[in-house]
Design a protein around this ligand. Structure first.
Ligand SMILES: [Ca+2]
Ligand SMILES: [Ca+2]
Length: 242
């Protein structure tokens, strides 16, 4: 054995020793990192709602509408809304009833038919004054958000918008109001603190915070252009209640 190979062997031996001594530390570090991910998996991962927006029918949001208590447009797309993975639109194709069972234009089925285009033929027109639509979700659902489009062909503001969830079709049992911009209680459903807003292709998204309900009801009382009430689509994002 030359002196040179001896040195190489010593270096190799030391390197091996170093690797072996570092291995437990590396394994330990990995083990310490692993539990950090576990609670998120155990508690259910939050993901953006699978929202599919229709094509906008006008650019931007007009700022010159003379409507009081009007929310300032965000000027950018809405932030993703997070909900448990697996939450879907449980209102799609579900039965719709209304305070106006014979719409002026269109059919009530259009409220949940999945067509969100804003053009003529894609919205239902209900009579003047206070009107509502009720959606039967078929079974109790854990509701995370209600997303709705009254009209988005032109910029409009619908008045006295109230969104409620309930256990029964008559809205007597366990009624919860999750949105209310009827600030002077014209409709008698309670004074609301939410603001008026301009309808766009993004629709209006209301947080329902996982409330369990079988029925969703949306009220309005005409709009800034006329006394009539319209719906392009209503989506209820949820999952079957346990
Ligand atoms: Ca529709
Ligand atoms: Ca009012």
């Amino acid at each position: 054995m030359t002196r040179h190979t001896g040195v190489v062997r010593t270096i190799l031996g030391l390197s091996l020793l170093l690797c072996l001594s570092l291995l437990p530390a590396a394994l330990h570090a990995q083990a310490a990192q692993a539990p950090a991910k576990a609670p998120a998996d155990a508690g259910g991962q939050l993901v953006p709602l699978p929202i599919q927006l229709p094509k906008p029918m006008f650019e931007g949001t007009p700022q010159n509408l003379s409507v009081p208590n009007l929310q300032k447009p965000l000027g950018r797309p809405r932030d993703p809304f997070l909900a448990p993975a697996g939450v879907t639109n449980v209102a799609k194709g579900k039965k719709v009833t209304s305070s106006d069972m014979e719409p002026v234009i269109g059919e009530l089925e259009q409220v949940t038919d999945g067509d969100k285009k804003g053009a003529d033929g894609s919205f239902v027109e209900l009579g003047p004054g206070l009107q509502y639509v009720t959606i039967d979700l078929g079974a109790p659902q854990e509701v995370y958000a209600v997303l709705f489009w009254h009209f988005h062909k032109t910029a409009r503001v619908y008045f006295d918008v109230v969104v409620q969830l309930a256990d029964d079709a008559a809205f007597k049992k366990n009624v919860r109001t999750i949105f209310d911009n009827d600030h002077d209680n014209t409709s008698g459903l309670g004074k609301g603190t939410d603001m008026n807003y301009v309808e766009t292709a993004e629709g209006k998204l209301v947080d329902a915070k996982g409330a369990v309900a079988r029925y969703a009801r949306l009220y309005s009382r005409g709009n800034n252009a006329n006394e009539l009430n319209h719906y392009v689509e209503v989506e209820v994002f949820g999952r079957p209640a346990k």
